[in-house]
Design a protein around this ligand. Structure first.
Ligand code: GAL
Length: 342
């Protein structure tokens, strides 16, 4: 009887251990898998597309990443965020369509206690303060404008043939990104002010909004060529794709190479870097997509296990406990090799 009792006890113990083991395994498996949902304002945006590609390199057996394209609609993006929450993501990464309208995203995330990392399109400060689990990863727009201005100033000071009509003044046009985007407003202002500060006399012939888009920029640049002929000596573009649109316009109009203005962009996208390598664009400013993707992933990993952004302070400067900004870098033909091989 005693023997039967002991065996029964042993069996119960073994069963308990086995069940506990199974249960534990299942729970661990779910807990250890990091689920991140990402929604971008427009998957056809060259820089954002390449940033997402960098982010996807972090996908693995233990990391599930779901990417959604909001196709320029804030309403679509809001529903995508809800869907991600229903799917049980640990962290949401949002490239806002309308950076002034993050309310629905914030409310939905807050209700379900899912942290949000906004990236590339910076929400206004008042909004990030609405909950303590909202963060931003990006770069400092002003820095990129200053660097573009420095590159252009260096060119004007060292290459006298840029001033084609020899009037001592550089006639320029600006291609701007989306109206209301922090990178458009601030970059234009900073690059123009930097040129002036460096003692370059400049004269603005015109500007056009081309929404970061190569085809739109080609149309606008074609108009510039028709309006100002060979008088344009410098093109300052808020990004590489629009600089490439200007190059397309000069090529399509078969303007002789020695009549082209010098052209500068920002981003260092693959196509942008190739244009610098091929001497069509004189310089660009590297928008560190690898660095931004890595920072987003590291922050997502920390937040998913309930940690604090401050855990990353050995690697990044954390601003106001909410922001991580990666530095820009200047790219010209002299250091292009380093960037082409990234
Ligand atoms: C900027 C980038 C642009 C465009 C924009 C989209 O940082 O320079 O090319 O991608 O973000 O928000």
């Amino acid at each position: 009887m005693k023997k039967v009792y002991v065996s029964l006890l042993l069996a119960i113990c073994l069963l308990t251990v086995a069940l506990a083991g199974c249960g534990k395994q299942t729970v661990n498996k779910n807990e250890s898998k990091l689920k991140i949902g990402v929604t971008v304002y427009d998957q056809y945006d060259t820089f954002v597309g390449q940033l997402v590609d960098c982010f996807l390199t972090f996908q693995s057996e233990d990391v599930e990443i779901a990417i959604y394209n909001a196709a320029q609609s804030q309403q679509i993006q809001n529903s995508q965020v809800k869907k991600m929450i229903e799917d049980g993501v640990d962290v949401i990464c949002v490239n806002l369509v309308d950076r002034t309208d993050p309310t629905a995203v914030i409310d939905a995330a807050r209700k379900s206690d899912v942290p949000v990392i906004f990236f590339n399109r910076e929400l206004v400060e008042g909004d990030i303060g609405r909950w303590n689990k909202l963060f931003y990863v990006g770069a400092n727009a002003e820095e990129s404008g200053v660097m573009e201005g420095e590159l252009a100033a260096w060119a004007c000071l060292t290459k006298k043939d840029i001033d084609k009509n020899g009037d001592g003044v550089i006639q320029y046009v600006v291609l701007e990104g989306e109206a209301g985007h922090q990178d458009a407003i601030v970059r234009t202002e900073a690059s123009v002010n930097t040129l002036k500060k460096q003692g370059i006399e400049i004269d603005k012939l015109g500007y056009a909004i081309a929404n970061w888009n190569r085809a739109q920029a080609q149309t606008k640049a074609t108009q510039f060529i028709e309006d100002y002929g060979y008088n344009i000596e410098l093109v300052l573009s808020n990004n590489d794709d629009m600089a490439l649109g200007a190059i397309d316009a000069y090529e399509a109009k078969a303007v002789p190479r020695n009549k082209w203005p010098v052209i500068f962009g920002i981003d260092g996208t693959n196509v942008g870097l190739e244009a610098v390598r091929d001497d069509k664009m004189l310089g660009t400013v590297y928008n560190d997509k690898e660095g931004q993707a890595t920072a987003m992933f590291e922050l997502a990993s920390v937040l998913a296990r309930g940690g604090s952004i401050e855990e990353l302070s050995d690697r990044y400067t954390i601003e106001n406990g909410r922001y991580i900004r990666l530095p820009y870098e200047k790219v010209t033909s002299s250091n292009i090799i380093k960037y082409l091989s990234r």
